[in-house]
Design a protein. Structure first.
Length: 265
């Protein structure tokens, strides 16, 4: 009995030692937040783009008696929660399959401008918004993912409230009204802060009335990916969150649907 007890104790010690040597999770506490709008019939796209389509290939019981379900889908690169690769607005820049995943993994800051956008659908986030943020929270560190919370995420998927119009076609583009990032703000982020990516809870990094898409151009030339139609930013704190995003790896793509999540304290 004594020998058996000694063997049992030794085995227990080995098991505990093995457990103790296992890698610990990088986030010992906190919770995951899904920042991705589901893709479906209500997904919002640019007025000139086709909407998301999901078609049933087979659904039901096969002739051999087992259940089988399969679909096929069709979607534009730029719609729903997605990322713009630099090639989208900069000739010769990386396509989405060539953008390092490092751009989509890292600490995040959330710059909240909901007070500015409440009375101005055409508000553009500027340098003052970033410097005021830094006065309160400290300098935006290098290799940060910057997220802009305009508050428009609460309107999804109501096209009129979110985009400014539910109309489709080229003529509808002139009727778009939603906030974005001012070109000066884009230049400041790209030149003064070494950020990994920038995103927001509207359909475009440029505000709805933009005709030159200058913020797209500035960020694309700097090699900074742009994340659009981000969901649930109200659940992410100003600092302390970590972001992980996995874009669909489309060979030669100018952008792609993105599964974006955040780890919050």
């Amino acid at each position: 009995m004594r020998t058996g007890a000694m063997i049992g104790a030794a085995l227990l010690a080995l098991i505990l030692e093995g457990c103790a040597s296992q890698p610990q999770p990088p986030w010992p506490s906190g919770r995951w937040i899904d920042l991705t709008h589901a893709f479906g019939k209500d997904t919002l796209y640019w007025p000139t783009a086709e909407g998301f389509r999901l078609e049933t290939v087979f659904e039901g019981t096969t002739e051999k008696g087992y259940h089988y379900s399969a679909n096929q889908f069709c979607a534009a690169e730029h719609g729903g929660t997605h990322v713009d690769a630099p090639i989208h607005f900069a000739g010769g820049a990386p396509t989405i399959d060539r953008v390092s995943l490092d751009h989509f993994i890292g600490p995040a800051v959330v710059v909240d401008v909901t007070g500015k956008t409440a009375g101005n659908r055409d508000y553009q986030v500027g340098v003052d918004d970033f410097t005021n943020f830094e006065k309160q929270y400290g300098m935006i560190p290098p290799d940060t993912i910057v997220l802009l919370r305009t508050g428009f995420g609460r309107y999804w998927p109501n096209a009129v409230q979110y985009l400014g119009t539910a109309e489709k076609g080229p003529a509808a583009v002139a009727r778009l009204h939603f906030p974005g990032l001012a070109p000066a703000g884009a230049r400041w982020l790209s030149e003064q802060r070494r950020i990994k990516a920038v995103g927001l809870d509207t359909a475009s990094i440029d505000y709805g009335q933009s005709t030159l898409f200058e913020s797209h151009q500035v960020l694309a030339r700097a090699g900074i990916p742009i994340i659009e139609n981000v969901a649930a930013l109200e659940q992410v704190p100003a600092t302390g969150a970590w972001i992980i995003g996995l874009p669909m790896k489309i060979a030669g793509g100018s952008g792609a649907p993105l599964r974006l999540i955040a780890r919050v304290p």
